[in-house]
Ligand binder design. Structure first.
Ligand code: XUL
Length: 534
C-alpha cells in the first residue's frame, strides 16, 4: 500500500452523494463504514460569476419570477468533478452514486437532447456538449411565486384545495412544479412543444450520470401537485389540468431507492468510474435530509433555524391545507410529512432582545423559572407572515382564553413564546396524521438545538425524549447513504447504521397532564384566529 493511500478506501467500496442545492453543488464520498472520505463543493455566485446569480438565482424585475440558468448547474458539475479528482478521490472504487436537488425546480429538455445525453464525448466538458440541450434555458426554481393564477385554476379544476391535497399531498403552491409547467405552457407554447422531457432538478442531475433520461422519484415527485400519493402514480386529472401531453414528457415515476442501471460511459472514460458503478434515483433535498438524519418509523426531526422545519415519518397521512405529504424516500410504502414554520429563531431572537437584553442566559433563566403551562397563558408570535398557519401578528390569550394586549411579566412572555412555538408544531404534526406514543423520538438539529432550556420545553410539549444530532450537509450525506441502500436493497435501517444521537432531555412526569389540554386549547384558539373569529 502506498503511503498516501487512505486505508479505509483500500478496504471498502465507496458511495457518492451529490446535492444540487440553491446556492451550490456539493458532494460527499463515504466508505462502507459510512466514514466521510472526501467533500467538495462549487458555489454558483463565486465560482461561476459569469451567470450573475445572487444566492444561486436570478430574481426577475416583476418581484415574483425566480430562475437559475440550467447550464450553470452543468458547468458546476464539470468543476466539481475536477475538484474531487484533485482532492484524491478514486472513482474506480465508487460502487453507487445518488443525489438530490432543490425541490420543485424544473428542467426542459429540447427534442434531441436524449441523443446528446447518450453520446457524450469523454474528452470534452459536459457544459460544452449540453449547451443546446434545453428548450427553456432558465429553470424556474422553488423561490418563484409567479404562478398564483395557475394555482387557483388547478385547485378549481380539482374541486378545491382540500381535494387537491387529498390527491397530491398538498394544496396548490406557487413553487410546485405543476403550476410552473402550466405557466410555461401558457406563456411559451413553442418552447413547450419542442420539449421532449421535463425533469425536476434531481432527475435532471441524475440523467447526466445515467446518460439517459432518469425517472422522477416518488418523493420529489410529490412536490409537483401532479402525483397521486395514494396510487403512487401520476394523477391524470392533475396532469390534464396543467398542460397537454404531460405524462409522456414526465415519464413514469419510480421509488427513490431504485437502481437505474450503470453510470454512463462518459464518466467511465473521463473519470475512471467502474462500468458497474450503479446510479440510484436522485430525490429532493428534504427527502434526502430525512435519509441523512436516519429518521425511523415514528420519528420526528425538528430543525431549529431562522425558520423551523419539522419532518415526520408517517404511516397514515392525513393531507391538510397546511403542510406537505410526500412519499417516503427510504420506504415508499410509507410517507413523510413536511411542515415549515417561518417564525423560528428569527422571532425567538426578537423576544430575547426585548425581554432579556439580548442574552440567551437570561432568556433561559426566565424560561426555567416559569412553571410548565405558564399559568394557562398562551401566545402565538408571527412577526413575519407565517406559513403554518397563514397568520401575521402577535396573539396573546389568558387562562380564560380572552385575548390580552400583553402579559404581566417578561418570564410569562418568554415561556408563552417557547411553549406556543412547540404547541403549534405538535398541533400541525397531529393534524397531518402523526400519533405520539411511547416510542416517539424527537430529533433536534440546527442552531438552537444546543439550548437545553428550549429542548426541555420541546420534550414536555411532545411528552417524548428529545435527542440532538449535529448533522451538517444532511442532504448530500443522505444521498451517499441512499446510494448504498439502493445498491444493496433491503430496508434502509438494516443497511445504514444510524448516527449516535445524544439524549438531551426526558419529559417531566406531569408533562402529559399539563400539555394535553393545552394542545387542545391552542388548536381551538388558532382555528378561531384563522377563521377570523378571534
Ligand atoms: C420545500 C422547498 C425548499 C426547497 C429548498 O418545499 O421549497 O425546502 O426544497 O431547496
Amino acid at each position: 500500500m502506498a503511503d498516501n493511500e487512505h486505508p479505509s478506501e483500500m478496504v471498502s467500496k465507496t458511495y457518492l452523494g451529490f446535492d444540487f442545492s440553491t446556492q451550490r453543488v456539493k458532494t460527499i464520498v463515504i466508505n462502507d463504514n459510512q466514514e466521510i472520505l472526501h467533500e467538495a463543493d462549487v458555489q454558483f455566485d463565486n465560482d461561476l460569476p459569469e451567470y450573475r446569480t445572487h444566492g444561486g438565482i436570478n430574481a426577475h424585475k416583476d418581484g415574483m419570477t425566480v430562475t437559475a440558468p440550467t447550464i450553470m448547474w452543468v458547468k458546476a458539475l464539470d468543476m466539481l468533478m475536477d475538484k474531487l479528482r484533485v482532492s484524491g478521490a478514486d472513482f474506480s472504487l465508487v460502487a453507487a452514486i445518488s443525489g438530490t436537488g432543490q425541490q420543485h425546480g424544473s428542467v426542459y429538455w429540447r427534442v434531441g437532447a436524449r441523443d446528446t445525453l447518450k453520446n457524450l464525448q469523454p474528452e470534452k466538458f459536459l457544459h460544452d456538449q449540453m449547451a443546446m440541450a434545453f428548450s427553456i434555458t432558465d429553470s424556474p426554481v422553488w423561490m418563484d411565486s409567479s404562478t398564483t393564477l395557475q394555482c387557483r385554476n388547478l385547485e378549481e379544476k380539482l374541486g378545491g384545495a382540500q381535494n387537491l391535497a387529498d390527491i397530491t399531498g398538498s394544496r396548490a403552491y406557487e413553487r410546485f412544479t405543476g403550476s410552473q409547467i402550466s405557466k410555461i405552457y401558457e406563456k411559451r407554447k413553442e418552447a413547450y412543444k419542442h420539449t421532449e422531457r421535463i425533469s425536476l432538478v434531481s432527475s435532471f442531475a441524475c440523467s447526466i450520470f445515467l446518460g439517459d433520461y432518469a425517472p422522477i422519484d416518488l418523493a420529489d415527485g410529490s412536490g409537483m401537485n401532479l402525483l397521486d400519493i395514494n396510487t403512487k402514480s401520476w394523477s391524470q386529472e392533475c396532469l390534464d389540468a396543467c398542460a397537454p401531453d404531460l405524462r409522456e414528457k414526465l415519464g413514469e415515476a419510480v421509488p427513490a431507492h431504485t437502481n437505474l442501471g450503470p453510470v454512463s460511459a462518459y464518466f467511465v472514460d473521463r473519470y475512471g468510474f467502474s462500468p458497474e458503478c450503479a446510479v440510484i434515483a436522485f430525490t429532493g433535498d428534504n427527502p434526502a435530509s430525512l435519509a441523512g438524519m436516519s429518521l425511523r418509523e415514528g420519528d420526528i426531526a425538528l430543525s431549529l433555524g431562522t425558520s423551523d422545519s419539522l419532518f415526520l415519518w408517517l404511516k397514515e397521512p392525513k393531507p391538510k391545507l397546511e403542510g406537505n405529504i410526500l412519499i417516503n424516500p427510504v420506504d415508499s410504502e410509507d410517507y413523510m410529512g413536511l411542515l415549515c414554520f417561518k417564525n423560528g429563531s428569527i422571532t425567538r431572537e426578537r423576544i430575547r432582545d426585548e425581554c432579556s437584553n439580548g442574552s440567551w442566559d437570561i432568556f433561559n433563566q426566565l424560561l426555567d423559572m416559569t412553571p410548565r403551562g405558564n399559568f394557562g397563558n398562551i401566545g402565538m408570535y408571527y412577526d413575519h407572515m407565517e406559513i403554518t398557519p397563514a397568520l401575521k401578528g402577535v396573539f396573546r390569550f389568558n387562562k380564560s382564553d380572552d385575548a390580552v394586549p400583553r402579559f404581566t411579566s417578561h418570564e410569562v412572555e418568554v415561556r408563552a413564546l417557547v411553549e406556543g412555538q412547540f404547541l403549534s408544531k405538535r398541533v400541525y404534526a397531529e393534524n397531518l396524521g402523526y400519533k405520539i406514543d411511547s416510542r416517539t423520538r424527537v430529533l433536534a438539529t440546527g442552531g438552537a438545538s444546543n439550548n437545553l432550556s428550549l429542548l426541555q420545553v420541546l420534550s414536555d410539549v411532545f411528552n417524548a425524549a428529545v435527542y440532538v444530532m449535529d448533522i451538517a450537509n444532511s442532504a448530500s450525506l443522505g444521498c451517499a447513504y441512499r446510494a448504498k441502500h439502493g445498491l444493496l436493497e433491503g430496508k434502509f435501517k438494516d443497511v445504514i447504521k444510524a448516527p449516535d444521537f445524544k439524549l438531551a432531555c426526558n419529559p417531566n412526569t406531569d408533562a402529559a397532564q399539563i400539555y394535553e389540554p393545552m394542545v387542545e386549547k391552542f388548536r381551538n384558539l388558532e382555528e378561531c384566529l384563522v377563521a377570523g373569529k378571534k
